[in-house]
Design a binder for this molecule. Structure first.
Ligand SMILES: NC(=O)c1ccc[n+]([C@@H]2O[C@H](COP(=O)([O-])OP(=O)(O)OC[C@H]3O[C@@H](n4cnc5c(N)ncnc54)[C@H](OP(=O)(O)O)[C@@H]3O)[C@@H](O)[C@H]2O)c1
Length: 334
């Protein structure tokens, strides 16, 4: 039985990675923090390892104790990351520096696995050209537009500089599914009869359902492909109105539609950021978030997924949202 270590196992995507690993017959090691919730990690086959990635020495200590117990990881999915942060520097510390510490410790302890998957993000490349509408391609120059994307790109730059390390980078677009908390706010807003839009320009969104993403990660992990990067999306494009339509249909709701002009959103973002800046925190709506909200082209190249792995998504948005909303309702979130 091959051993797999999944970091960020307590989170939304991490818990699905753990579930898939168990389903595929791996011995799954869930990399968590002391403070992490184990709510979605209840299967008795899961082994837990607490990691503190804040210094190379701390990770080394943990890996040395694994070695002492004759434990080696055949595969590692480094999925732990911050998508929202209270302080600006947290993005770089967690998404980039922690990754550097982890890899340094793996190399120093001789614990380099057969494959190390880094869960990055489409945000590392930023949105596509709004004028041409062309998707972001692997050959493009990355142009992240916010701190989160910049921190993922910095981690990628470190990883891709390693010649003898078996890395593979996965860059998902927006991931949705049961347990997810950000798109949930949108679903909740629609279920309350409101349908908000930001700005008057048509926005093209892309998505990947969490179960498809996880299936792709396992395919990529055991494939011959290494030292490569892939965007992951379901291959379809969704104007924001269609996202709302699909949700309304699945919820059986009628809504009041309204648009908040961009200049209002920007003003709120700037004022909030200046105030929060006084004590070094980041408000929920900030200029970074504003840049993401106003971007109109989130298409990305997915042909390499089929070419290299024969991967196509099993879920389009309609099917995935249906399953997701059923879960939210069953769990009493909606
Ligand atoms: N969701 C998306 O749409 C999306 C899209 C593209 C890429 N991604 C990437 O996918 C990964 C998982 O995201 P998610 O949506 O599942 O987020 P999530 O639910 O917030 O999970 C994040 C996980 O990372 C862990 N983590 C955060 N800070 C950490 C630290 N300092 N040390 C160790 N572990 C830490 C969290 O542990 P605790 O439970 O202890 O906080 C949690 O297990 C992230 O790398 C994210 O950037 C997500």
């Amino acid at each position: 039985m091959a051993n797999i270590l999944i970091t960020g196992a307590s989170g939304f995507i991490g818990s699905f990675l753990v579930e898939e690993g168990l389903k595929q017959g791996y011995q799954v090691y869930a990399g968590i923090r002391k403070s992490s919730s184990r709510e979605y990690l209840q299967d008795s086959r899961i082994q837990f390892i607490e990691f503190d990635f804040s210094t190379t020495e701390k990770v080394t200590e943990t890996l040395e104790s694994c070695k002492k117990n004759n434990l080696r990881f055949d595969y590692i999915v480094h999925n732990a990351g911050l998508t929202k942060a209270r302080k600006k520097e947290d993005f770089h510390n967690v998404n980039c520096l922690n990754t550097v510490h982890f890899i340094e410790a793996l190399m120093q302890t001789g614990m380099v696995p057969e494959k190390f998957i880094f869960v990055s993000s489409l945000a590392a490349y930023g949105p596509g050209n709004p004028l041409t509408g062309e998707p972001v391609r692997l050959a493009d120059e990355p142009k992240p537009i916010e701190l989160y994307g910049k921190s993922k790109l910095a981690a990628e730059r470190y990883i891709t500089s390693l010649n003898d390390f078996p890395w593979l980078i996965v860059r998902p677009t927006g991931v949705y599914g049961p347990k997810e908390k950000d798109y949930f706010v949108f679903f909740q807003t629609i279920s309350r009869g409101m349908e908000p839009y930001i700005g008057f320009k048509k926005q093209i969104l892309t998505f990947i359902y969490v179960r498809d993403l996880v299936r792709f990660i396992f395919l990529a992990m055991t494939s011959v492909h290494v030292q490569k990067a892939y965007f992951v999306a379901d291959g379809k494009e969704y104007p924001s109105e269609l996202f709302a339509e699909i949700t309304k249909k699945a919820l059986g709701k009628k809504t009041i539609r309204f648009t908040v002009p961009l200049f209002i959103v920007k003003s709120i973002a700037i004022v909030g950021e200046n105030l929060a800046g006084l004590w070094g925190s980041i408000p929920t709506l900030n200029t970074d978030k504003y840049n993401v909200l106003r971007s109109t082209n989130w298409r990305c190249e997915v042909e390499p997924l089929e070419r290299d792995f024969g991967f196509t998504a099993e879920y389009d948005l309609e099917k995935g949202v249906g399953e997701t909303l059923t879960w939210y309702k069953k769990e009493g979130w909606l």
